[in-house]
Design a protein around this ligand. Structure first.
Ligand code: WQD
Length: 347
């Protein structure tokens, strides 16, 4: 977004992220840390250009706090906020089954607080991080946006509820422009190796686990189920490079900012499915790094196969993935090799 000319304010409670990631973003955008960043709006860190233009600000806050949200809008210059990109949420299928109330509180109540703050500050353009998990066990493959929304786990339920909250809000008053982007499986890392996925604690998702096992940080991957109705018995997913995902957001935002009120609902996926075993084997072949695994029972809430039909994103945004499984494995491994302990590694 900074590269596209936007000033950015980030509000994040750092539950599953690190401010170091923003230092790396600033580094890649040739921004320098401001010495006295904390101010009355609660800005905890800011970065600026050589001429002193503050293009990136960070507020350590929770979207369930109206005060923190108001600080973020004030830090952005108040009524000048062009749009909100909403990534804040809990996102692990397995964890959502163990702690559904946390998922409803963060994902649904958090979004309600955010929409109320947007209304208070006159901002009615939002790009929302939705998910393919809301399709549940698909009736058709690849999955179009018109497919039945029937989540198989609390995580998907909360994302479906937020999509309905957004639609109700748009219907209640004029001027709202929304993009609900249904991610399939985001993986990989920035090609520089400076930014990547670094979940706190034991990763719930497959790809960070693979890179940690390959790095010797964990003994093996547990493959959840070898008896799925798929060619090799393991789950099939549509793995999309995180850089393709980022470009999809920029293109969706560009469209919203140049058109009238509307709601876009778009799948962001490659349209190609790969099984868990295929992902592990590709990673080993491309990186020459063994990944030990053992088969385990199916994980509650999982589905056999999930692959995107992203025709709508191609038609409306001109967007499609440009990176393949090899790019994903190479970039994800470069991130992990350069950052053995993620953002806790020395710069
Ligand atoms: C992928 C496959 C597992 C872990 C994710 C995110 C969700 C959403 C959609 C964005 C499945 C198998 C996993 C492990 C395994 N993304 N697996 N052992 O559940 O498809 O959903 O993408 O919104 O946020 O959670 O991703 O990486 O957990 O699982 O065998 O230790 O890998 O069974 O087949 P999932 P995942």
């Amino acid at each position: 977004m900074i590269g596209a000319g936007h000033d950015v304010v980030v509000i994040d409670n750092l539950h599953n992220s690190s401010v170091e990631a923003l230092h790396r973003v600033a580094e890649l955008c040739q921004l320098s840390p401001c010495r006295h960043a904390v101010d009355q709006d609660g800005v905890h860190q800011a970065w600026e250009t050589a001429t002193g233009d503050r293009l990136l600000r960070f507020i350590n806050g929770d979207i369930r706090s109206p005060e923190a949200l108001d600080g973020a809008f004030r830090a952005s210059g108040g009524g000048d906020v062009a749009a909100v990109l909403h990534f804040a949420g809990l996102k692990a299928v397995g964890d959502s089954i163990q702690e559904p109330l946390s998922y409803w509180h963060v994902n649904v109540e958090g979004t309600r607080c955010l929409l109320e703050a947007m209304r208070r500050h006159g901002c009615r353009t939002i790009v929302f991080s939705s998910t393919a998990a809301l399709y549940g066990c698909p009736q058709e493959l690849p999955i179009p946006e018109s497919a039945c929304v029937q989540p198989a786990n609390p995580y998907g339920q909360t994302k479906a509820a937020v999509e309905r909250m957004l639609a109700d809000t748009a219907a209640s008053e004029p001027g709202w422009r929304m993009a609900r982007l249904r991610y399939f499986n985001p993986v990989g890392a920035h090609p520089s190796g400076r930014i990547g996925e670094d979940p706190n604690g034991v990763p719930s998702n497959l790809f960070p686990l693979i890179t940690q096992v390959a790095m010797g940080l964990r003994s093996h991957v547990q493959i959840f189920g070898s008896d799925w109705p798929t060619p090799d018995g393991t789950g099939i997913r549509d793995f999309i490079h995180v850089m393709d995902l980022a470009e999809g957001h920029r293109q969706a935002l560009d469209l919203l900012l140049t058109t009238d009120e509307q709601i876009l609902t778009l799948n962001l996926g490659s349209g190609q499915g790969h099984s868990v075993l295929e992902m592990i084997e590709a990673f080993e072949r491309i990186n020459g790094a063994p990944v030990a695994y053992e088969f385990a029972p199916r994980r509650p809430g999982d589905v056999a196969e999930s692959v995107a039909d992203s025709t709508a994103a191609q038609q409306l945004l001109g967007w499609s993935t440009t990176r393949n499984l090899e790019d994903i494995c190479r970039d994800g491994w470069a991130w992990r090799q350069q950052n053995r302990h993620g953002y806790r590694s020395r710069r």
